[in-house]
Design a binder for this molecule. Structure first.
Ligand SMILES: NC(=O)c1ccc[n+]([C@@H]2O[C@H](COP(=O)([O-])OP(=O)(O)OC[C@H]3O[C@@H](n4cnc5c(N)ncnc54)[C@H](O)[C@@H]3O)[C@@H](O)[C@H]2O)c1
Length: 324
């Protein structure tokens, strides 16, 4: 169970793009804790240097401020690297609807540059962040790889394109690529601020600040909220997965289903707050329900998530109580 006992060749070097973001900074820290070298590449566009400043003095850690839209930067960052964990991208479905061109340049061209740099530098494994949004409007639950519907946002399209390039780079160049279809990740260091913040940290902050939360829609939408440590495990297990499992995308979730309205009242209870939410309109591009079948990742990557929602949310709340 978990990832802490996984073993890589001594002196292995990991490049984490988007390493100053929520998921990336947790990956950087976990890998350093396991005793391997970490190169963190980030342009600090949505991430924060404070997420990784505590790593600066640790042996084996390097921070590179750079943009994956620039191929030269990607090439230099990949020199001597064994494993790439490509997390750099802009998230948020509604923001992508406002800025479709930027999402194409950043999330598709950026990832393609990284894949090309990884190929030219003979990187062993290229693991990259995809998203459950690639399922689009396909109504069937749970979501199973291979049953995708029509896409609902430019963001989802960028992730679908990344997966297609991942498939092609395996087929044409034998680069071992693994797409991680994350389902609503949450946990320490996820940014609670700004119009595009994810719902869990946003609600925790508003409740702690004495403010009112707005729920988009009726609150009866459900998601497979996934604790950050499960995501770390998935990335590291993909790095150790056989080549036959490459060129594919995998659902990375816990396999549960939580309703937004229930989460709201659970958070109120855990934080000792007695306040009703207000309800706003549905958000464009959002799906009503999402929950993952994780049997493919279990079977082919040996993924065995350790944290269910209850265990993860308790840890996340503790973290926000002391760090906000
Ligand atoms: N958090 C989730 O629930 C979730 C769900 C599905 C997919 N994802 C994907 O996981 C990845 C990480 O997401 P996150 O939640 O940590 O977001 P985040 O915004 O906290 O982290 C993304 C990081 O990438 C960096 N970045 C963006 N564009 C860059 C560029 N061109 N060059 C260099 N760095 C760049 C940002 O500065 C930021 O530090 C993203 O690819 C996202 O699409 C996240």
């Amino acid at each position: 169970m978990g990832y802490r006992n996984l073993v890589f060749p001594e002196g292995s070097t990991f490049l984490v793009t988007g390493g100053a973001g929520f998921i990336g900074s947790n990956l950087c820290e976990a890998i350093l804790d396991m005793g391997y070298n970490v190169r963190c590449l980030d342009d600090l566009s949505t991430g924060r240097k404070e997420n990784v400043d505590m790593l600066l003095d640790r042996p084996g850690y390097t921070f590179i401020k750079g943009d994956i839209k620039d191929l030269d930067t990607c090439m230099k960052a990949c020199e001597g690297v064994d494993y790439v964990l490509n997390q750099a991208a802009w998230g948020s479905v509604p923001r992508s609807i406002e800025m479709p061109l930027f999402y194409c340049q950043n999330n598709i061209m950026g990832t393609l540059n990284m894949m090309e740099a990884a190929r030219q530098n003979s990187v062993k494994k290229f693991v990259y962040a995809s998203s459950s949004s690639v399922y689009g409007d396909h109504p069937v639950l749970p979501k199973v790889e291979g049953q995708e519907g029509n896409l609902l946002s430019p963001y989802a399209l960028t992730k679908r394109c990344d997966e297609e390039y991942g498939k092609l780079y395996k087929k044409l160049y034998n680069l071992d690529t693994y797409g991680m279809r994350y389902f609503n990740v949450f946990g320490r260091r996820q940014d609670p601020n700004g119009a595009y913040a994810a719902v869990i940290p946003k609600f925790i902050k508003l409740l702690l600040d004495g403010e009112t939360c707005t729920i988009n829609g009726d609150g009866k939408q459900s998601r497979d909220f996934t604790y950050i440590d499960n995501v770390i495990e998935a990335n590291l297990k993909a790095c150790l997965a056989p080549s036959e499992a490459a060129g594919e995308a995998y659902n990375i979730a816990y396999g549960g289903r939580e309703y937004l309205i229930d989460i709201y009242y659970d958070l109120c209870k855990a934080l000792g707050v007695d306040r009703e939410p207000v309800f706003g309109p549905d958000r464009a591009g959002d799906i009503k329900h999402s929950n993952a079948d994780i049997s493919k990742a279990k079977e082919k990557l040996g993924y065995d998530p350790e944290y269910d929602f209850a265990k993860g949310i308790a840890l996340a709340i503790d973290w926000y109580k002391t760090n906000l």
